[in-house]
Design a protein around this ligand. Structure first.
Ligand code: SLL
Length: 155
C-alpha cells in the first residue's frame, strides 16, 4: 500500500513571532533594539499542541551562544529574548507518540520596523505535518490565547 495510510493525520503547525521596539525608557543596557517572542501553536479551534507534542526545541542564532538551544516541555511553547537583528531559527518538534519522528521547522524572525514601542506581529509560517499516530492526551481545553503577549520582564 501507500506509504501514507489513510489513518494518518494532518496537522497544521504555526510558528510565528511578535516583537516590540525598545524605547529609551526601557533602558536598553545592551545592543538590543527589540524584544521578540517566538511561539509555536496549532490553529484556533484545533487540538492544542500539547495534546500530541512532547517538547519543542528552539535553535537560536549563534550570537545567543552559549544559550542557543532552548527546550520547552510545557505550554506555552514560547521563547522571549532581546535582540538587534533578524535571523532564521529552527524549531524541533518531538511527539508524544515516538512512532512519529521529530520534525524540524524553520522560521524567520521579523522585527517591528515602525519603532512605535508597541507590540507588533512579525512573521508567521504555517506547515502541514503528517502524523502516523497522534497519541492524543485527553486534555480539557479552554481558550487558546495564552501565547499572545510579550512578557514584561527582561528575559
Ligand atoms: C542580522 N544576519 O544582522 C542577522 C543576524 C543576529 C541577531 C542577526 C543577538 C542578540 C544578543 C541577536 O539579536 N542576534 O545576543 O543579545 O540581522
Amino acid at each position: 500500500g501507500s506509504r501514507f495510510s489513510k489513518f494518518n493525520l494532518k496537522k497544521k503547525i504555526i510558528v510565528g513571532n511578535l516583537s516590540r521596539f525598545l524605547l529609551e525608557e526601557d533602558n536598553p543596557s545592551d545592543n538590543a533594539t527589540h524584544k521578540w517572542m517566538v511561539y509555536v501553536r496549532t490553529p484556533p479551534n484545533e487540538k492544542k499542541l500539547e495534546t500530541f507534542v512532547k517538547s519543542v526545541t528552539f535553535y537560536l542564532h549563534e550570537s545567543y551562544a552559549p544559550n542557543t538551544e532552548v527546550v520547552i516541555n510545557n505550554p506555552p511553547f514560547n521563547v522571549t529574548r532581546r535582540g538587534w537583528g533578524e535571523f532564521h531559527l529552527k524549531v524541533l518538534l518531538k511527539f508524544k507518540d515516538e512512532k512519529n519522528k521529530p520534525i524540524l521547522l524553520h522560521h524567520k524572525i521579523k522585527l517591528d520596523k515602525t519603532l512605535s514601542g508597541l507590540q507588533t506581529t512579525g512573521n508567521e509560517t504555517t506547515t502541514t505535518i503528517e502524523l502516523e499516530s497522534p497519541g492524543f492526551d485527553d486534555i480539557k481545553t479552554e481558550k487558546n490565547d495564552n501565547n499572545t503577549e510579550l512578557s514584561d520582564n527582561n528575559e
